[in-house]
Design a protein around this ligand. Structure first.
Ligand SMILES: NC(=O)c1ccc[n+]([C@@H]2O[C@H](COP(=O)([O-])OP(=O)(O)OC[C@H]3O[C@@H](n4cnc5c(N)ncnc54)[C@H](OP(=O)(O)O)[C@@H]3O)[C@@H](O)[C@H]2O)c1
Length: 337
């Protein structure tokens, strides 16, 4: 089968090419899926550069989400011919992918295969960081950094659907501010966008709360890291949860870090990744996605955004990674096989 491979095992986008390799075989509880579309994720860029710690069960080929048709089934939960979408530890940038029954979903009639391919990674992640790790409760306020990222779009809408009191989000342009501002509308929740090139998120958010009374943001979810860590501590409410899920600005926090704030505000600071989680953990996220999110997507209350579609050619695969690296996207980048 054809799959995307990386020349020299790692390198810039130009090292990506489509090569030939053996078709994988499903084991007990697994399915062989003929891929129709796969979604790109920020993590794929890190993996291509050799900077992502892969879990041991991950195949070398890039790609963690896809949609397609079952070609071989070693599970009694899915049958040959079923249209499915799902999450895998790797291997989705290929004509065939082996998926586990725990993280697979049948595509509902009213959902397109193109949109479905880009849902699992960002929504399972969003559910994990907001609810499982972030311990979000109805009425909590939320801050998500990089709000127009694919995960950001999911987290903002998820928080709105679960009854957030207010959602703050940082983004890198006025166009992205306009885009994210609307994401709470269908649930009547205010989204406050902050263009980090013009405004300091700590100053903007401070105006909404009286810090002397222990007020601030209840759940802060941060894929940016280094440059935001101290300010996250400063605008967190008493008993807030700060979830670290990426380090796009760097993994080392320099200078004076006021750990007294963690102690006296009783903050919980926790890191997490979806890909390192076992199937039983991911299955629970899948089940919440199916019971809570999918119905809202089908009702049109949660919006899905495919920003750009590429073809399964070497030229397009290289272009798709360069496009994601440009930080221009507002939604998913998808490849059609
Ligand atoms: N821990 C996990 O389980 C997990 C799972 C999935 C994703 N993630 C992480 O979540 C983040 C978003 O992933 P995604 O696939 O949704 O990304 P995406 O759609 O590619 O969006 C990423 C956005 O982040 C912003 N950004 C990039 N570099 C930045 C920097 N140095 N400082 C501030 N903002 C920056 C850019 O938007 P602006 O123009 O607004 O700056 C960019 O468009 C990534 O860090 C990814 O690794 C973690």
């Amino acid at each position: 089968m054809k799959s995307v491979q990386v020349k020299d095992d790692k390198g810039p986008a130009e090292n990506l090419y489509i090569g030939e390799g053996p078709t994988p075989n499903p084991q007990n509880g697994q399915l062989l899926v003929k891929t129709e579309y796969f979604g790109l994720n920020r993590m794929d860029l890190l993996q291509r550069l050799g900077n992502y710690p892969l879990p041991p069960q991950a195949p070398k080929t890039l790609g963690v989400e896809f949609s397609g048709t079952i070609e071989k089934s070693e599970s009694d939960k899915f049958a040959v011919g079923d249209k499915v979408f799902g999450l895998v530890y790797g291997g989705a940038y290929a004509e065939y992918v082996v998926a586990a029954e725990e993280t697979l979903i049948k595509v509902p009639d009213d959902l397109s295969m193109e949109v479905a391919a880009g849902l699992p990674e960002v929504w399972f992640t969003g559910i994990q960081v907001l609810t499982t790790v972030g311990k979000f409760q109805k009425g909590d306020s939320v801050l998500f950094h990089a709000g127009a990222s694919s995960v950001g779009i999911a987290v903002i809408q998820l928080a709105a659907s679960l009854g957030a009191s207010k959602i703050f989000t940082t983004v890198g342009s006025d166009e992205k501010c306009e885009f994210v501002k609307k994401l709470g509308n269908k649930f009547g929740v205010t989204v406050v966008p902050i263009n980090y090139h013009n405004e300091d998120f700590k100053e903007v958010i401070s105006k909404h709360y009286d810090a002397s009374k222990g007020e601030g943001v209840n759940v802060i979810i941060d894929p940016v890291g280094q440059t935001y860590f101290v300010r996250n501590l400063e605008i967190a409410a008493k008993d807030a949860r700060i979830v670290l899920m990426g380090a796009m600005s760097g993994p080392i926090v320099k200078g004076d870090v006021p750990i007294g704030l963690i102690i006296y505000k009783r903050l919980v600071v926790q890191g997490t990744t979806l890909r390192s989680r076992d199937l039983a953990y991911q299955e629970k996220l899948r089940d919440f996605f199916v019971s809570h999110v999918v119905p809202l997507i089908l009702e049109g209350k949660i919006d899905t955004f495919v920003d750009k579609l590429f073809n399964f050619t070497t030229e397009d695969i290289v272009a798709s990674h360069k496009y994601l690296e440009s930080n221009k996207s507002m939604g998913k980048v998808i490849v059609k096989i």
